[in-house]
Structures are given as C-alpha cells and as structure tokens.
Design a protein. Sequence first.
Length: 250
Amino acid sequence: MKKYMHWIATAALSLSLLSPQSMAGEVNAAVAANFTAAAKEIAREFEKQTGHQVKLSFASTGKLYAQITHEAPFDLFLAADAARPTKLVESGQAVASSLFTYAVGQLVLWSADETLIDAEGFILKEQQLERLAIANPKTAPYGAAAVEALTNLGVWHHYQDSTVRGDSIAQTYQMAYTGAVPAALVARAQVALDSRGSSWLLPTSLYSPIRQQAVLLNHGADNQAAQALIDFLHSGTARAIIERYGYGLE
C-alpha cells in the first residue's frame, strides 16, 4: 500500500511539473521584411501566452521562397504576397488547409525630409524626384507594386533608370531613412507608427492588392508550436497588432 501511495504521489508531482512552459516548443518562421516590426510584437505576445519560443528570419519574400524550395528548415512562411505560398502548396511543400491572408499591405511614398513630400504626391506625379528607392520587383512584392503604381501614374519611364533598388523593403526604407535617397516607396507599416518625415499614401487603385499570406510548411506540419502560431495569427490579439501597424485585414 505504501509503495502504491508513493507511486501516486510521484505521478501527481510529475504531472504538476508539466506546465505549458515545460511542454513548450520552438517554431522557426520565415517572415517577409515589411512585416518585421509587427512580427516581433506578435512573437513576444505569443511567447508570453503560450511559452513557445519563436525564431524569426527576415528577408524579401523571393529570397525566403528560394530558401524554402531548397529545404531550409522553416516551419512557417509569412510572405508579402499570395503567389509564392500558393506555389508551395501546389508543389506539395506546404499544408493547403493552413493557407490564409494575414494582412493586406499598402504602399506609401516616404521621405526623412519633413517638408519634401506633399499631401497629394505631386512631387512624384510631376517627376520632381531626382532619385527614388524601390524594393527589387523580382524578389519583393512591394517592389512589384511600386513599379505597377508608377506605371499607372504614367511616370515609370521617367523613374525607371534613376530608381535605386533595395534587396528587400527593409533595405529600401533604410536608404530613405539615412538620406541616401530623397524618398522611397515602402510599406505603410514601416512608417505607420513613426511621426518623422513626410509621406503620401498611394491610392490602392494604382496597384494590385498586396495580399500577404501565411502557410504552414511541411517541415512544421507536426510541430505543435508552429500550428499554435498559425492559430494565434487568427486571434483578435494578433489582428489588433496587425491593424495598428497600418495593414488591412480580410
């Protein structure tokens, strides 16, 4: 009887030690550069609520996609477009049922100079900028959107040869922030919570919707922490953070 009671006590103690933190896992997420600030805040809140740990890797969507197709060990992909996550599903590298739009991006013309950009964007429309930074349209969806917007404004022919192209939207923003270029077309989220500089929010009619989609990759299909992070992105907490950074929601 004493042995039995000792076994019960030991089992109860073991179960009590299995707190969410002691059972926590880790998720390795590949995240589009425009979502850097929002992703960091979401990750902190997720870790606090679940005990899971999140490792975030930031780059352009195109570069991350290339790494994933070459079997980089990511569990989750938060892209800046819908095309590449869809391709991963179609090629059997991601879980189809997990695919969803977590944010809708917007394009903004921004300068560190507080007086440079007017409220209607005439400085861009009237081709008065000597140099303009955009993200590489081949690898960054915001870069592709920038080219589309400039084309629809009828000014791409003017800026085509004078644009400076960043590897990612984060690098593009840094060019304008440091004054290396007078202005840049960047993600609204990068400047939404910053009162510095001057900006013009481009009408969304000038470019195709920037639907940013997330998908669970095959590498993370059996990772409970990865599934938990996908679920958390659907939560009211995460959606409120996403909206605060200037993104739209679907």
